[in-house]
Design a binder for this molecule. Structure first.
Ligand code: F6P
Length: 328
């Protein structure tokens, strides 16, 4: 393999996601395989600005493939959004002799990498790591599959208590502005309704659907609500609204929160992370830069950063219909 790159940096940036450690491991080991030095950059772009680097070899990443979070820590850096901040980061990389970097994160992290590449002609490559799955150019981001499994397991538990008390539960899940998590766990956990930002169900139709469900003999119900849902009320206001309009229901709310980001990555995320790390490093070594590695039809794929950042990841509308049919 022809390459002039001798030292590659790796960082995790933005919200952490299960599988980030597996991706760090893969980047480090792919570098070792090709006799390239690898440096871990702590705390995302914050650590790049501070020159907080550590040399890593194949053994530095032992025992982390199964660990949640990120051993390199993560941050959302305000300073890196300024030209001055990026200049300091560039000087630090040059001082350490780092020729290129791989950033594992979401679209904000990729925007930073893209601007950095334009300003300093510095080789960069991205690996999508976020539980939200909200990135164009890949059917799966790292951590998404694990989060789905975590949430389904929790909803199964909530259903036990919901059915014991004949209660209706509103369960709020993460996903920022998109409904991928809500839609998939809603179908996977057999929710009666799924509220996502991509589809405005409206309060009337929600009540109608709950009434239908009650009339069909169901005694308890689960409604999954995406945190970005635009129904116009918070999940707690939704509870009050339904209780006011349907006295037959006793309603509870469960906001799952950050537990959705933790835990040991699923096998799918570990394999995906391993593949993405290899692809990212080997792409840099053949002279590619300014791309995000993704997966499409089970094949590794590269999407230019500007498309990954500007494009919209679309939810699978078929799942909404499947959900409607399942709740007949
Ligand atoms: O992007 C991942 C995510 O967990 C979103 O689902 C959520 O909206 C957000 O991050 C929470 O951000 P923070 O880590 O700042 O609480």
């Amino acid at each position: 393999m022809l390459h002039t790159i001798k030292k590659i940096g790796v960082l995790t940036s933005g919200g952490d996601a299960p599988g980030m450690n597996a991706a760090i491991r893969s980047v480090v080991r792919t570098c070792a395989f090709h006799d390239i030095k690898c440096y871990g950059i702590y705390r995302g772009y914050e650590g790049m600005i501070d020159g907080d680097f550590v040399e890593m070899d194949a053994r530095s990443v032992k025992g982390i493939i199964n660990k949640g979070g990120t051993i390199l820590k993560s941050a959302r850096s305000k300073e890196f959004r300024t030209k001055e901040g990026r200049q300091v980061a560039y000087d630090q990389l040059k001082k350490a002799g780092i020729d290129a970097f791989v950033v594992i994160g979401g679209d904000g992290s990729f925007t930073g990498a893209m601007v950095f590449n334009q300003e300093f002609d510095f080789p960069v490559m991205g690996i999508p790591g976020t539980i939200d799955n909200d990135i164009f150019g890949t059917t799966h981001t790292l951590g998404y599959d694990t989060a789905l499994n975590t949430v389904v397991e929790v909803i199964d538990k909530i259903r036990d208590t919901a059915s014991s008390h004949n209660r209706l539960f509103f369960i709020e899940v993460m996903g920022r502005d998109v409904g991928h998590i809500a839609l998939n766990v809603g179908v996977g956990a057999g929710a009666e309704e799924i509220l996502i930002p991509e589809e405005d169900l409206g309060l009337d139709r929600l009540l109608e659907s709950l009434r239908r469900s009650k009339a069909s003999g169901k005694s308890s119900s689960i409604v999954v609500v995406a945190e970005g849902d635009k129904i116009g009320k918070s999940v707690f206001e939704l509870k009050d609204y339904v209780e006011e309009n349907m006295s037959e229901y006793e309603v509870r709310v469960s906001v799952l929160g950050h537990m959705q980001r933790g835990g040991s990555p699923s096998c799918f995320d570990r394999v995906l992370a391993s593949r993405m790390g290899v692809k990212a490093v080997e792409s840099l070594l053949i002279g590619k830069s300014n791309y995000m590695v993704g997966i499409k039809n089970d094949m590794m794929d590269l999407t230019p950063f500007d498309q990954a950042v500007k494009g919209k990841s679309k939810i699978n509308m078929e799942l909404l219909r499947v959900s409607d049919i399942m709740t007949v």
